[in-house]
Design a protein around this ligand. Structure first.
Ligand code: GRF
Length: 224
């Protein structure tokens, strides 16, 4: 991964399998995403995402929450490690912790999260089961700027799929995942190019406020 000094630098946060992290790496490798992935940060040193980063020669910083007196102490320690990597953008991709607003505040407009639901529906866990049980016709994933609340903050873009009559949470999650893997690099690309910005509570595309989240289609992201 070669990059010029002005290439935007990303730090990705993940706690588990890391398939969204790998989707970003693949997008960079194939030339679709003009960023440098500077490091992978995690709260689970033994997780697959950390192993994948190390295998790829990407620096991984993984701290254990239980080594800290409290939640805020862990968050402060983890975020203190960021300076060494000089990131322009932080991407939460399956990072399973709620972060302290105090560490998030300096990153306002420069930190995004991918969440497996059509926000504002179903913040939190178990989103696939909740969408099926509610009888929803569609389910999806959202990439949003991170705010102080859980899975809240202005939504930038969504990918959606139809829920089939015989879907289980597992089949639905499995069908949604490839959409997540297209959605996240596409959104990060727009941010890296300076086309998507946050202005207060408004997401702007090329300077204009977005009335609705962008939608992922075959050809890529489009206005609603
Ligand atoms: C994804 O479904 C993502 O939307 C959610 O957590 C899951 C992480 O999967 N936030 P992976 O670790 O990227 O494979």
């Amino acid at each position: 991964m070669s990059a010029s000094p002005e290439t935007p630098r990303l730090v990705v946060f993940a706690s588990g399998r890391g398939s969204n992290f790998l989707s970003l790496i693949e997008a960079v490798r194939s030339g679709r995403l003009p960023v440098r992935i500077a490091a992978l940060f995690s709260d689970r040193p033994g997780c697959a995402a950390v192993a994948a980063a190390r295998e790829l020669g990407i620096p991984a910083v993984a701290l254990r929450p239980r080594d800290f007196a409290d939640r805020a102490g862990f968050d402060r320690a983890l975020f203190a490690e960021l300076a060494a990597f000089e990131p322009d953008l932080l991407v939460l991709a399956g990072f399973l912790r709620i972060l302290d607003p105090a560490v998030l505040e300096p990153w306002t407009g420069r930190i995004v999260n991918i969440h497996p639901s059509l926000l504002p529906l179903y913040p939190g866990l178990d989103t696939h089961r909740r969408a099926i049980e509610a009888g929803d016709a569609r389910h999806g994933a959202s990439v949003h700027f991170v705010g102080a609340e859980l899975d809240a903050g202005p939504v930038i873009a969504q990918a959606s799929i139809a829920i089939a009559a015989d879907d289980t949470p597992e089949t639905l999650a499995a069908r949604l995942l490839p959409e997540e893997h297209r959605l996240l690099p596409a959104v990060v690309d727009l941010i890296a190019r300076g086309r998507i910005t946050l202005d207060g509570a408004a997401v702007r595309l090329d300077g204009r406020p977005l009335a609705h989240p962008l939608q992922l289609h075959e050809a890529g992201l489009t206005l609603a």
